[in-house]
Design a protein around this ligand. Structure first.
Ligand code: SF4
Length: 336
């Protein structure tokens, strides 16, 4: 079987070059073809010697593939279906806005975290995406050239596939890779602390933590991972890290009617996040079949935001996008 090169870091390409007795500068040439000039065949890598191209072609593959299906929302959001290894499928969402175009990428096929409000969680876990499969979503959507921001908030828990996510982030932000600013990339997690630790050490990308309740018992009902990684421990851990000023830490808070939208929750959040430099994103819950939860009403969401802002917690409300094509937060399920 041929070894896959798309998704390799410069170190891995240097090793490929070394074992094939090619000049050491070839590694940089290959990474530029793969990630900057977007040439995905060895025959197109015209500054490599004929012998090098032939040798690479025999032993390695470059697998890049376009989406197999797409859906367009009335608000302009586009959802793409990609086929990955073993005939499995993942979804990627392109969200055009006035001043930015965001790609919401997946990191796993399904998810094992079982958050009760999430369609991906209902699907169960089928596997990790490779770094190449993560990056393929970014270069293979038709709008690839116009992406300004990337959020890893699609299917899966990024910190549960931390090795491949870190590789993809290194390739995205390195000068030999896509050379993207880390300030344009946000990785979202429910708070798996070992992965978060590595992420903070090895990248400068923004971090978003899915919180949804400041109270242990209530959060655990929504997100079973609270048991192993309680919100209190996550906040304590973040306070202990020396986090650069330019790196944004945000907490995502899905608003559930009567469950987490009361004055008691404002108080709980204020107490929990006191002393941590962060912001809160309030997200409307998008009802999905078989999930008996409802979104808070607009008045309550606005009230909640005002109260948190009054308490000194910078809080915004995230616009819902792509709800009509099941592309909004928590709705990804590969059912096209
Ligand atoms: Fe997994 Fe995220 Fe869905 Fe939770 S919300 S089940 S971590 S994809």
């Amino acid at each position: 079987m041929q070894e896959e090169l798309f998704g390799s870091t410069i170190k891995e390409l240097e090793e490929v070059v070394r074992v094939n007795h090619l000049p050491s500068y070839t590694a940089l040439q290959i990474s530029r073809w793969l990630y900057q000039k977007k040439i995905h065949s060895f025959s197109g890598m015209t500054n490599l010697s004929k012998a090098a191209r032939k040798a690479l072609n025999e032993k390695y593959s470059i697998h890049v593939s376009p989406p197999v299906q797409e859906q367009l929302s009335k608000d302009g959001t586009r959802k793409y279906l990609f086929r990955v290894q073993l005939n499995r499928y993942i979804e990627t969402v392109f969200i055009p806005e006035k001043n930015r175009n965001t790609l919401c990428a997946s990191t796993q096929v399904g998810c094992k975290m079982g958050c009760v409000f999430c369609m991906t969680g209902k699907q169960g876990f089928q596997g990790n995406l490779s770094s190449g499969e993560i990056l393929n979503q970014i270069i293979s959507v038709p709008e690839a050239g116009s992406i300004t921001n990337i959020v890893f908030m699609g299917m899966g828990e990024p910190m549960d596939n931390i090795e491949n996510v870190l590789k993809a982030l290194e390739i995205l932000t390195s000068p030999w890779g896509f050379a993207m600013s880390p300030s344009r990339i946000t990785v979202s997690t429910i708070g798996l602390m070992p992965g978060m630790h590595e992420f903070i050490l090895k990248t400068r990308c923004h971090l978003a933590i899915s919180l949804n309740s400041p109270f242990q018992e209530e959060r655990q009902k929504l997100m079973p991972a609270e048991k192993a990684y309680p919100a209190v421990a996550i906040v304590k851990f973040l306070k202990e890290q020396s986090i650069e000023r330019q790196r944004r830490i945000s907490f995502e808070y899905i608003m559930f009617r009567g469950l987490n939208d009361t004055p008691r929750h404002v108080k709980g959040l204020t107490r929990l996040l006191n002393g941590l430099r962060c912001r809160i994103n309030l997200i409307r819950f998008h009802p999905v079949p078989g999930i008996p939860l409802q979104t808070s009403d607009e008045t309550t969401i606005q009230w909640f935001r005002e109260k948190l802002n009054e308490k000194g917690l910078l809080t915004t409300i995230r616009a819902s996008r792509g709800q009509d094509i099941m592309a909004a937060c928590g709705m990804l399920s590969t059912q096209f």
